[in-house]
Ligand binder design. Structure first.
Ligand SMILES: [Fe+2]
Length: 201
């Protein structure tokens, strides 16, 4: 069975996949975008590796029929393992990580697939008594659609109190488990699969 047929059958009676839940862009969209490749754990000119749990993040960008979104640009940005963004508007006193910039841009291949190597971001304060759970921001530029979301990690104790995650009626499309360890990779690394389904591709 073809991938697209499998995907349509998984979509239930309509034959269409449920679209990934939209999330807000703000407030730490990068002002500078220094890195271009899919490895966020290294910074050009520095010998060290970003602090935190290594995450191999991969998935496919699809439209609702299960067809791959080929050559779609994906931008991701995230806090470091201490919960701090490399962004001038972030007033969180948590430390910056000299080996982590927190931005990458990759492109999907002919199968709609993408791959990233990063670290699990820390949770961070977002106002009095409010902690944002660990999350990674995504912006996808498909052929017909520009789509923004955030991916969260299953089992995070801050999910229930987070108004942005709770605003989603399809949390299952943006909350993903860490699966690990990863064969042939660092023993402490985890793997996350995050497929993104666009309305129109
Ligand atoms: Fe964020």
């Amino acid at each position: 069975m073809s991938d697209s047929k499998q995907a349509r059958e998984a979509g239930g009676e309509t034959g269409l996949l449920p679209t990934t839940s939209h999330q807000i862009l703000r407030p730490f969209y990068p002002l500078s975008k220094p890195s271009k490749g899919g490895d966020l754990t290294r910074v050009d000119g520095r010998s060290g590796q970003a602090a935190g749990q290594l995450i191999y993040l991969s998935g496919r960008v699809l439209d609702r029929t299960g067809a791959p979104a080929r050559n779609a640009k994906i931008e991701i940005w995230q806090a470091n393992s201490h919960g701090r963004y490399t962004h001038p508007n972030d007033d969180n006193p948590a430390p910056l990580d000299p080996c982590f910039e927190g931005f990458a841009v990759v492109e999907t291949d002919s199968d709609g697939a993408y791959r990233l190597k990063t670290i699990k971001p820390g949770a961070y304060p977002a106002g009095p008594g409010r902690i944002r759970p660990s999350h990674i921001h995504f912006e996808v530029f498909g052929k017909r659609e520009r789509f923004v979301t955030q991916m969260y990690f299953a089992g995070d104790p801050h999910h229930e109190q987070d108004p942005w995650l709770q605003s989603s009626i399809k949390q299952e499309t943006i909350v993903m488990p860490i699966i690990g360890p990863v064969a042939g990779m660092e023993p402490e690394a985890g793997r996350v699969n995050f497929d993104i389904v666009l309305m129109n591709g």
